[in-house]
Design a protein. Sequence first.
Length: 178
Amino acid sequence: MRRNCGFSLIELIVTITIFAILLAIALPAWSAYVANNKLKLTRDGLASSIDNARQMALADDNNVTLCPFSATGSTSCGTSWSSGWIVFEQTTASGNVLIQSTPAPSNTQITVTPVNAAVTSFTFNPKPPFLNQATDFRLCDARGASSAMSLSVQLTGYAQTGQTQGYAVDGVTALSCP
């Protein structure tokens, strides 16, 4: 008498079908999770750079500027916050000293836009008021305004992140994406 081991064709087809259904359910949720994490990473990176610039201005008693990224190793400001950002210290002895350079990852399509389009840079002063201007940023991806995130930069130099996607830091004002 021979004993048969293994799966029958019917069992294999049922198993593959169940796996395909579970994958079809999980894949959109996983894609949204990855996209949300990319937005959060960009927002939190900008908030961290803002905090670092403020701390550097206070510690070194010099003006520290945060502005859009232009080129690797450069202290020249770019034109688009979506390209990334740089932080540099304005010293009297040696001119501008690059502290941090954060180019945008090449595989993300995230737009970083200040609500006030006139905001082309921030200069942190070592004495109050710490910042020359305040503004809110909105971070958007291909999913649109309902998934957008916000970041508010106050005159004190503190950055506050929004808690609800699609809304500004106040939790009431709906965001719009370009």
